[in-house]
Each structure stands twice: as structure tokens, then as C-alpha cells.
Design a protein around this ligand. Structure first.
Ligand code: SF4
Ligand code: SF4
Ligand code: SF4
Length: 372
């Protein structure tokens, strides 16, 4: 089982689509989110109870999460030294990566670093100077010998040229990312956004994805490897194997989140949504946690087996009007159609031995959200 452990809610950034927006909502008096405002900001339970909980699961994997988890390097060291777990991951904004010693960094299976593309778009979303500080730290980690996966964890918005942004992070020699995944920021709380969003997905996003998939296959052909672009990698692997998927991030059945007060919820974004808590580390058994099912219209979608429902949090909160959901789903249909169109060429490359099915194998539920 995968567990996101929230070390702190504190963060040293104020990104436009995260805290920047929360503050806007608070200022506008819109407090409709079901956040438990009494949740402690810092991890507040006895770590021995976390270890006793994890001890029951021989397959346990921990992802350090926040806020910004590297603001609590003390806890990271303590947990990595004492938790009965072999596999560790971190999702970080990358600004404090240099503060964790190599002996801990080297034990991380993957480092997921939030970055949105080249400097201009990253700094626009995440604050001036963020890009260069993050890249400097990523290069340092690589230089000092980290050989695990460093995954670019992108949020994409109307300002994003998706083709340029993904290509830059994966191919530019100034970056050292081994993989990427991205999520579309599909917040329509401002009604003015829908029209701009629609024009972006039809004019930039979907054409960019098609171009990226074409180049993804070309790279397989010319270089004999499969670039680790998670939205393509996992979906293509499943289509090649003829397999369907549940919710691809794994939330609520393969991945859970431990809040700062020790409650267990299905997804890191669902902290404080008490109705969806599935237990507490002091009493729950990690091998037998209740499954949180998708309840909404996704269950009858004809491409549910491909998409998996995209996002449990969205299924629960239903943030979109019908037209808006249709727009989001059009990107999933387009992704699926483009991958399916590429399958014959990929199958040929496998038959010829240029690549193998093994090249698609990756760790599932490692924090990549897969369906953008
Ligand atoms: S770094 Fe992450 S947690 Fe911090 S403000 Fe940005 S998106 Fe939110
Ligand atoms: S495409 Fe849309 S409706 Fe279909 S499963 Fe995905 S999110 Fe749900
Ligand atoms: S895709 Fe949705 S359910 Fe999955 S981790 Fe992200 S916010 Fe949570």
C-alpha cells in the first residue's frame, strides 16, 4: 500500500493555483470547502503509532508530502531511520532539496518535483526566481549521484504551451528530469475562465498532446527507449495488454493519505473531509482499509476503463457544470484516441525488438496522477 504522509501544512511558496487561490477564496468569504480548520498544521501524533501501523504492511511505501515536506527534514530523517518501510518517495517544490543529506536522498525511489515548464511559466505560477532555484537543486542532486527517478510534476493552465513545456523539462540538457506527469488546473470557480479554457484546450493543449505522442513514438523508433511521460506510458501499456484500470492515481484503494493528526483519508487533497476518512493509524489495519469508490457519472462512461474516472476528489466535490465537465473529458477522449492511433506503430516496434513491453513497466501509484 502507498501512503502519503503529511508532515506539515506549511509551505514556502504561494502558488497561483494553490495557496494564492485559497487566500482569494477566504478573502471573498467563500468557505464552501469541507476543510477541517482544526487540523494541526504540523504532524502531531506519536511516530511510534505510525511505525506500529506500517509494521502490519510488508509492502508499505511512504511518500513525504505537505505543504512542503522538506520544511520538516527533521521528521524525514527520523522516519527514514525508524519506519519499517523499504520504499520512500517525496513530493516537493524542490526549493529545499539541498537541505537533505545524500544518505537520505539516495534512499528515495523517486523525487517528484513541482515545476510547470520553462522559467517564464514556472515563475508566473509559482513565484519569481522559483525555476532557477529548483533547477539548481535538481542538478545538484544528480551531480551528487542520485540515480533514482526525478519526476517533473506539472500543473498546466491556459498560460501553458504544453508541447513546449513537457519537451523542455524532459529533453533540454539544462534539466535532469527522467519523467513527467501533469494535471490540468480545471478550476472554473471564476465563470470568465470557461471560454479561455475552451480555446486553450482546442488551440494548444490537445494539438500539443497529439504532437507529443507523435514524437514519443518517434523517440522509441529512433532511440530505442520509451520516454517516461506518465499519461502516455501507463495508458499505452494497459491498452497494449488489453487491461482496464481503476482510478489511475490509486486513491482510495491503493494509495491513502495520513493527515497530521493521524487520520487516514483517500487522497492528499481530501484532508479534512471527515466523511471520507477510513480510519486512524492507531486502530486501522493497512492491509484492510475500506475502499472509497467512485460514485458519480464516470461509472457509466464508455471510456471508464481507460480513464479510471480521472479524480476521486472531483468525483466527490463535483466542481463542474455539465458543459465544463464535458470540456475536461474531451481532453481524456482525445488522449485515448491519439494513443490508440499510435498503438499499431508501437506494436510494430515491439515486434521488431526496437523496444520491449518491459520498457513500459513503471511503479504504479507513485504519486503520478496519470490522467491529466
Ligand atoms: S509548493 Fe505546493 S503546497 Fe506549496 S503553494 Fe505551491 S502547490 Fe501549494
Ligand atoms: S472521461 Fe470523463 S466521464 Fe469518462 S471516466 Fe473520465 S472523467 Fe469520467
Ligand atoms: S487525481 Fe484526484 S484523487 Fe487522485 S491524487 Fe489527484 S486530487 Fe487526489
Amino acid at each position: 500500500m502507498f501512503f502519503h504522509v503529511i508532515l506539515t501544512d506549511d509551505c514556502n511558496l504561494c502558488c497561483r493555483y494553490c495557496r494564492g487561490k485559497e487566500f482569494d477564496l477566504l478573502l471573498s468569504g467563500d468557505d464552501s470547502s469541507s476543510v477541517d480548520f482544526f487540523m494541526p498544521t504540523e504532524l502531531s501524533y506519536n511516530l511510534e503509532s505510525l511505525y506500529s501501523f506500517l509494521e502490519k504492511d510488508p509492502e508499505g511505501c511512504l511518500t513525504f508530502y505537505g505543504g512542503e515536506p522538506l520544511m520538516r527534514t527533521d521528521l524525514i530523517r527520523e522516519i527514514m531511520d525508524n519506519a519499517p518501510v523499504k520504499r520512500f518517495f517525496i513530493q516537493t517544490n524542490g526549493l529545499l532539496l539541498h537541505e537533505l543529506e545524500n544518505e537520505y536522498l539516495d534512499r528515495l525511489e523517486a523525487i517528484l518535483v513541482s515545476i510547470d515548464g520553462p522559467e517564464e511559466i514556472t515563475d508566473l505560477n509559482r513565484g519569481k526566481g522559483t525555476f532557477s532555484r529548483v533547477i539548481e537543486n535538481v542538478l545538484k542532486v544528480r551531480r551528487e549521484g542520485f540515480d533514482g527517478e526525478i519526476i517533473a510534476r506539472m500543473t498546466v493552465t491556459e498560460g501553458t504551451d504544453i508541447y513546449e513545456a513537457v519537451n523542455f523539462l524532459i529533453s533540454d540538457p539544462t534539466c535532469q528530469f527522467s519523467s513527467a506527469h501533469w494535471q490540468i488546473d480545471a478550476d472554473f470557480s471564476c465563470n470568465c475562465r470557461q471560454e479561455i479554457f475552451e480555446s486553450w484546450i482546442s488551440g494548444n493543449y490537445m494539438p500539443g498532446i497529439r504532437k507529443l505522442i507523435a514524437e514519443w513514438v518517434l523517440t522509441m523508433e529512433r532511440k530505442g527507449y520509451v520516454p517516461r511521460l506518465y499519461p502516455f506510458l501507463q495508458t499505452a501499456e494497459d491498452l497494449l495488454r488489453g487491461e482496464n484500470s481503476r482510478l489511475r492515481c490509486g486513491c482510495g484503494y491503493a494509495s491513502y493519505t495520513i493527515t497530521t493528526d493521524g487520520h487516514i483519508c483517500p487522497c492528499p487533497i481530501m484532508i479534512g473531509m471527515k466523511d471520507y476518512y477510513v480510519g486512524h493509524i492507531t486502530s486501522a489495519d493497512p492491509r484492510n482499509l475500506p475502499v472509497v469508490h467512485m460514485e458519480g457519472s464516470c461509472r457509466v462512461c464508455p471510456i471508464y476503463g481507460f480513464c479510471g474516472g480521472r479524480c476521486l476528489y472531483a468525483d466527490v466535490t463535483r466542481p463542474w457544470q455539465a458543459e465544463q465537465k464535458k470540456l475536461i473529458c474531451s481532453t481524456v477522449h482525445d488522449l485515448r484516441n491519439t494513443i490508440i492511433a499510435a498503438l499499431p506503430a508501437i506494436s510494430d516496434l515491439i515486434t521488431q525488438g526496437t523496444i520491449t513491453m518491459q520498457d513500459f513497466v513503471h511503479t504504479r501509484y507513485n504519486g503520478c496522477e496519470i490522467i491529466p
